[in-house]
Design a protein around this ligand. Structure first.
Ligand code: FAD
Length: 286
């Protein structure tokens, strides 16, 4: 299929991109195009103008520091996935990225584009949410930092105002004695997940669980984050946590899976992911 007609701007600086978006606030940013172009071709979106940011070199950044990983709007999935420095500071990123589509799509699609697309079944929104990350947004009106908890408003609905561009996303580092795990179930590897979980477990000096959080994809309109610290059982037993999650979640039903199956899956994935994350935390602490 062919897209509806649209205007096209290809700025080379961020300021030019923001000016272009200000001139046509109902226009859309074109990043990797791996979600937007299919939507146009299927005529599910018809923006009057595309602002292509692929020539804006200042957005093609990946900064890794002790505090976390800052991913610029043009950093492709593959670049972040392959960064050993990013994986060392925040291993969840690489672990989740390996489940995002296929290598060819990851070569072109961007991390920030995936967040801005805000698909409830996507991996990276759940990762940003469980880590309490942030998105930096800019427009001709100024800049602001949006916490993950406020960024995902609804399915395909980020908290970006008309004319605003997501400049970067920040994924905080894993604290000491912290383990992480990412697990999902998809019909085929690379498909969007039926359900998935990003788990983070931190141990205290006595090797007791001091924090356990899980971020879910595929079960609700926006990423769901649950604090499971109180549900940690002795000797690495997470069955109570899994039962709590099964009782708590209210999964969506769609053509891919019913609510009951998603509820069951969420419990199973929770137990496995928390167990793996806790084992990693223990290895790091010893
Ligand atoms: P684009 O397609 O360019 O844009 C997507 C949306 O975000 C548009 O509305 C655009 O305007 C907006 N946008 C992009 N960047 C910005 C910005 N900086 N500021 C403001 N708005 C912005 N994704 C998954 O997470 N998991 C999967 O399993 C998965 N499977 C896929 C399978 C296939 C066959 C395909 C084609 C895609 C799949 N994707 C999957 C989507 C892929 O990860 C995309 O790369 C990603 O969703 C969007 O990134 P993009 O850079 O391509 O964004």
């Amino acid at each position: 299929m062919k897209p509806p007609p649209f205007g096209y701007r290809a700025p080379v600086t961020l300021d030019e991109a923001l000016d272009a978006l200000a001139a046509r606030p109902s226009g859309k940013v074109l990043a990797g195009g791996q979600s937007l172009i299919p939507l146009l071709n299927m005529r599910l979106a018809a923006p009057p103008e595309l602002v292509d940011i692929n020539r804006v070199a200042e957005l093609d950044t990946l900064h890794v520091g002790d505090g976390g990983v800052r991913v610029g709007a043009l950093a492709r999935h593959t670049r972040v996935e392959r960064s050993a420095a990013a994986a060392a500071v925040q291993p969840l990123l690489r672990r989740a990225l390996r489940h995002v589509a296929h290598p060819v799509i990851r070569n072109r699609g961007t991390v920030v584009g995936s967040l801005a697309h805000a698909d409830p079944a996507a991996e990276l929104p759940a990762v940003l949410a469980v880590l309490d990350g942030t998105v930096d947004a800019a427009s001709t009106r100024g800049r602001r930092t949006i916490p993950a908890a406020d960024f995902f408003v609804g399915p395909l609905e980020p908290a970006l105002e008309p004319g605003e561009l997501a400049v970067s996303a920040y994924f905080p580092a894993a604290p000491p004695r912290t383990g992480t795990a990412f697990m999902e179930t998809a019909r085929r590897h690379g498909d969007y997940a039926i359900a998935g979980v990003a788990a983070v477990v931190t141990l205290d000096d006595d090797l007791r669980v001091s924090a356990a959080r899980a971020g879910y994809l595929g079960i609700s309109a926006t990423p769901l984050v649950l604090d499971l610290t109180g549900a940690a059982g002795p000797h690495g037993d997470w069955t109570a946590a899994a039962a709590h999650v099964r009782d708590t979640v209210d999964p969506v039903a769609d053509i891919h899976a019913g609510a009951a199956y998603r509820r069951h899956l969420t419990g199973v994935l929770t137990e496995r992911a928390l167990k793996r994350a806790a084992a990693e935390a223990l290895r790091k602490a010893e």
